[in-house]
Ligand binder design. Structure first.
Ligand code: ADP
Length: 162
């Protein structure tokens, strides 16, 4: 069974991401959740914080490994011997970007296939951006994220960073 990689920003990880992680971890021997260290974006959480939150959320799924990387996702996938890229599709609006990304990755690295999982309807509207915004305006985000992520968001609010 191939090694799969689920790359993303996870700033922070939401219940939508976790749904994709749980479902895809059942499809592969190993699932590497790869946190992108994107120098072009200023994230709310550092890569280390994002990794720690993901590790806590995934601690009961033994075949999930959380790692971080810089640069091109396909390069990191090759380094880790991953041959499948997992992505979540929420709505048609995701499709255009995602299909372009999948074609680009395949052109750069023909050995890597992208697999799309449709999101659970329950989380189809959810994004890390929505979570950050709701937290900023003091809404209860426990529906959207796990308690450890909620606590980390509260800490950022206390520091005035959200
Ligand atoms: P990126 O910055 O690469 O978009 P994200 O952390 O936002 O990273 O998302 C990573 C992947 O998870 C993408 O494939 C995205 O479509 C998917 N995703 C994001 N939110 C959800 C959700 N609510 N349900 C399912 N998949 C999602």
């Amino acid at each position: 069974m191939p090694i799969a990689m689920y790359p993303g920003s996870f700033d922070p990880v939401t219940r939508g991401h976790l749904d994709i992680i749980k479902r895809s971890s059942r499809m592969f021997d190993t699932l590497i959740v790869a946190v992108l260290n994107n120098s072009a974006k200023t994230p709310l959480f550092t890569v280390k914080e994002r990794e720690e939150m993901l590790r806590e959320c995934c601690k009961d799924i033994p075949n999930v490994k959380v790692m971080s990387f810089d640069g091109l996702t396909v390069n990191f996938a090759q380094q880790q011997h991953a041959t499948v890229m997992v992505r979540g599709l929420r709505a048609v609006t995701d499709f255009e970007n995602e299909i372009q990304l999948a074609h680009t990755n395949h052109a750069l690295c023909p050995g890597i296939e992208t697999v799309f999982l449709s999101t659970s309807l329950k989380w189809s509207y959810l994004s890390s951006t929505i979570v950050r915004e709701a937290a900023h305006y003091n809404h209860d985000v426990s529906k959207f994220v796990t308690p450890n992520v909620e606590a980390a968001l509260k800490e950022k609010i206390r520091e005035g960073k959200v």
